[in-house]
Design a protein around this ligand. Structure first.
Ligand SMILES: Cc1cc2nc3c(=O)[nH]c(=O)nc-3n(C[C@H](O)[C@H](O)[C@H](O)COP(=O)(O)OP(=O)(O)OC[C@H]3O[C@@H](n4cnc5c(N)ncnc54)[C@H](O)[C@@H]3O)c2cc1C
Length: 433
């Protein structure tokens, strides 16, 4: 059987069985087959998690035939979508319908269920993660039972299952909130570290979405600020040439070359970061929201991201910088800073607290260990919660202390998957069995 590998190449697996079911009946058959043999089933997204959360052990279930919009409710402003629908496909279909998701992360390759199962988030003080946009879902449990829950039903499963880590069952359909198609007015501004940190609170309160990047070993930062607009007639998308120059040549091809150079000659990284930082220029454009939120990422990397309470976020960032400055590490990727409001999902990284997300990257060829564990030590002191889909070293003992509702999640898991049909080594490590 062809070995499986995730997007970053950090996880590989050789599942003994690979299937691509078309409907609920075929999914139930696979679950029954595995359960009666004491085997496991892993429902796949697109493998864009950096952790082993999506690594299959025995049966690997592919989402290929589980895509598409099932229903549109314009009164409730929701759409019901098959769980394996890739986000970029969903975005295009919603655009044709004159609709839009409320918020997005920075790529659209993931499936809807894969993205929401790890709590995938974007940025902005007013709109929470994709998981928080879920109004209901249908899931097949470890005993092959099909269960549908909704916000109105207020069940334990709805309370925890919107960030289910793939541990509770196989999602077949999700109902998510949408809004009329809108656009974003983008303003990207190079700044110094000092200006960016001094302006950060005002930027996040004055604007809908703020994505801040700091280039380690330099004073360079870049603030990407997006504001919502509903009049689509006057939008000014980037021209094809400018789009190719900025997003393809500079952000992918040239950045890829710089990254390779930095991996081969780490001593050159501060100079290269300085050049990258100086090469940034101010730009303004506007476009349909998902085209602004997301970009193509051709340079492969490894990533760790932590959510810390919003009120200590800037202090945590300053402390991270202090540790980087004092180290011998050579970090060629910018540190990314985002914010989200609190949500009410048990294992969401923003559960019960407004959050600031700090993300750290290294090229796939580089050793991440010292950098990631060094930063992790800092963020531990700020009660940081690691993104479930991004690299970290935390295990159930520590994680349970970070999530007041951890036990609630485990109780639902025990009820839905007592035989642990959906487990894998990552889930055993973060959930404790
Ligand atoms: C380049 C890149 C950019 C990224 N940007 C962001 C970002 O901006 N914000 C952010 O928060 N994250 C981001 N991520 C992380 C990514 O969004 C998450 O790791 C996401 O979970 C990946 O989705 P996937 O479809 O690939 O799912 P996978 O990684 O394949 O699976 C993730 C989990 O979902 C489960 N799952 C999948 N389908 C189902 C189903 N039908 N039923 C039940 N469980 C299911 C799997 O079993 C697994 O447990 C990024 C990752 C990459 C590689």
């Amino acid at each position: 059987m062809a070995p499986w590998t995730n997007w970053a190449g950090t996880e590989t697996a050789e599942p003994e069985r690979v299937v691509a079911p078309h409907d609920v009946r075929e999914i139930v058959e696979e679950i029954e087959r595995a359960r009666t043999r004491g085997r496991t089933v892993k429902m796949m997204g697109t493998g864009h998690s950096f952790t082993g959360i999506s690594a299959p052990v025995d049966t690997m279930v592919r989402p290929d035939h589980l895509a598409g919009i099932v229903a549109v409710d314009r009164d409730a402003m929701t759409v019901t979508v098959r769980a394996g629908t890739p986000l970029h496909v969903l975005n295009e279909q919603l655009t044709v319908l004159g609709l839009s998701l409320h918020n997005m992360g920075d790529i659209a390759e993931q499936t809807l269920a894969g993205a929401t199962s790890t709590g995938t988030h974007g940025t902005g003080g007013r709109v929470a993660s994709l998981s928080a946009q879920i109004e209901g879902f249908t899931i097949i449990s470890g005993q092959g039972e099909e269960i549908t829950v909704s916000r109105a039903g207020a069940s334990d499963l709805f309370a925890v299952g919107r960030v289910g880590l793939g541990a509770l069952g196989i999602l077949t359909e999700l109902t998510v909130k949408v809004e009329p198609l809108f656009a974003l007015e983008a303003h990207e501004q190079p700044m110094t570290w000092d200006t960016a940190l001094a302006a950060y609170d005002e930027l996040t309160s004055d604007h809908d979405h703020v994505d801040l990047y700091w280039f380690p070993h330099t004073e360079h930062a870049l603030a990407k600020v997006y504001d919502r607009r509903t009049d689509l007639d006057g939008i000014r998308p980037l021209g094809r040439w400018k789009h190719w120059l900025d997003d393809e040549l500079l952000s992918n091809t040239l950045f890829g070359l710089i990254t390779t150079l930095g991996t081969r000659a780490p001593g050159a990284v501060p100079v290269l970061n300085g050049l990258s930082g100086r090469a940034l220029s101010e730009r303004r454009f506007s476009d349909i929201a998902h085209r602004v939120f997301t970009a193509t990422r051709r340079v492969r990397f490894k990533e760790m991201e932590y959510a810390v309470p919003r009120e200590v976020g800037l202090e945590a960032l300053r402390e991270v910088r202090r540790v980087i400055d004092a180290s011998t590490w050579r970090i060629g990727f910018p540190v990314e800073v985002r914010t989200t409001p609190a949500d009410d999902i048990a294992l969401s990284t923003a559960s019960g607290r407004e959050s600031m997300y700090l993300a750290f990257h290294v090229p796939t060829g580089a050793d991440h260990t010292d950098y990631f564990t060094g930063v992790e030590d800092v963020l531990r002191h700020f009660e940081g919660r690691p993104h479930w889909g991004k690299m970290h070293t935390r295990t159930a003992g520590e994680l349970s202390a970070l999530y007041p509702r951890f036990g609630e999640f485990l109780a639902v898991r025990d009820a839905l998957d007592p035989d642990r049909v959906f487990t894998n080594p990552y889930l055993r490590s973060v959930l404790g069995d």
